[in-house]
Design a protein around this ligand. Structure first.
Ligand SMILES: NC(=O)c1ccc[n+]([C@@H]2O[C@H](COP(=O)([O-])OP(=O)(O)OC[C@H]3O[C@@H](n4cnc5c(N)ncnc54)[C@H](OP(=O)(O)O)[C@@H]3O)[C@@H](O)[C@H]2O)c1
Length: 322
């Protein structure tokens, strides 16, 4: 057998053994998560939420609002932030508002440091984000990456990083990193979004182990499809689409129990895990067939061919002309 064939066979065998071990470890992990004594996280009194002017961030802010609670809310749209602030105020919470773009690194650092000095933050929810549809960059792969990654990845870092040292010094604090089930496997037509969510998921999981011994908890939140302004503009079928109140209940309970990864709903989580585990050849075969690829149904071209086949065809034709 050639060296190449050996490499392929050994690589395949190694991945199968790894998959089997992962199954065994997952079962042990499940048993441990049920029987292990969990301290959970103390109830936060000061909560910073980015992307609080809409969707999940807005609903979470209103849900946390109660007497004695201080909510530090940001977004870019001050008008919508004020509406959220009024709703929180009506429930007895103190609210600090700031209209700021999460990509403004120095602005975020200075503002967060100032707020944290006056009101030490117990919980930060790094939630602000955009998708291909909300950023209106659907048919522009390079533009999508250049627009989405700075907000979803670096905007999240700009939110979390200024709080790491102060929380470590206090020996307490909680950091919720809003990723997505898209972080588990690439999604057709959402390459930049999937990449951004995979990046923050991995970063968050690593950060959790790094900060564990300093008393700082890090939780990665991976929602499936939730009814919000973000999903309202999607034109494709969204399996397992859930209502906002279900999502908020899952996030709050997951944070209170200090779950490392808060992934929901279960069926979409299963689909996402399967999608991530699909061998590349199987993913490509499904894409060619024009059926399920990743989590989405593949959009077909005008003559029943898949969109990928259409664009590959036209690119091929163009290169032939050249
Ligand atoms: N909805 C879902 O199905 C779903 C599923 C998985 C993960 N998620 C994640 O959950 C988070 C919230 O999603 P959502 O459904 O609530 O979306 P949404 O309704 O579109 O809200 C997005 C929020 O992010 C803020 N934002 C966007 N770009 C920003 C920027 N550059 N600087 C500051 N704030 C910015 C927006 O504020 P302004 O409009 O004021 O700028 C808005 O408050 C996102 O990270 C998303 O990826 C959502």
């Amino acid at each position: 057998m050639s060296l190449y064939a050996w490499t392929v066979v050994c690589g395949w065998a190694a991945s199968q053994v790894a998959a089997l071990l992962t199954c065994v470890i997952s079962v042990l992990d499940l048993i441990w998560s049920v029987v292990a004594p969990r301290k959970g996280a103390p109830a936060p009194r000061v909560v910073l939420i980015t992307g609080a002017s809409s969707g999940i961030g807005k609903a979470l802010a209103i849900d946390y609002a109660s007497p004695g609670m201080t909510l530090v809310l940001t977004g870019r749209n001050m008008e919508r932030l004020r509406e959220v602030s009024d709703a929180c105020d009506a429930k007895g919470a103190a609210v600090i508002l700031k209209a700021i773009d999460v990509t403004d690194e120095s602005g975020m650092r200075d503002w967060i440091a100032a707020v944290d000095t006056d009101h030490p933050i117990d919980l930060v929810v790094a939630n602000a984000g955009v998708s291909e549809a909300t950023a209106a960059v659907q048919n522009d792969p390079a533009g999508a990456a250049r627009t989405i990654l700075p907000i979803n990845v670096f905007g999240l870092l700009n939110t979390v990083v200024p709080l790491i040292e102060p929380m470590k010094a206090r020996g307490r604090g909680q950091i919720a990193i809003v990723s997505s089930l898209a972080g588990f496997g690439p999604i057709t037509s959402s390459a930049a979004y999937s990449a951004s969510k995979a990046a923050v998921k991995t970063w968050g999981e690593a950060l959790r182990t790094e900060l564990l011994c300093f008393g700082v908890r890090v939780n990665v939140v991976c929602p499936g499809f939730v009814r919000s302004p973000m999903t309202a503009v999607n034109k494709f079928y969204m399996p397992g689409l859930i209502n906002m109140d279900e999502a908020i209940a899952c996030i709050r309970e997951g944070l209170a129990c200090d779950l490392p990864v808060i992934a929901f709903p279960s069926f979409t989580y299963f689909l996402a895990q399967m999608s991530g585990a699909l061998p590349v050849a199987a993913r490509e075969a499904l894409a060619r067939l024009g059926v399920l690829s990743g989590l989405f149904f593949y959009r077909r071209g005008p003559k029943g061919r898949s969109a990928a086949a259409e664009s590959a065809g036209s690119e091929g034709a163009a290169s032939k002309r050249d």
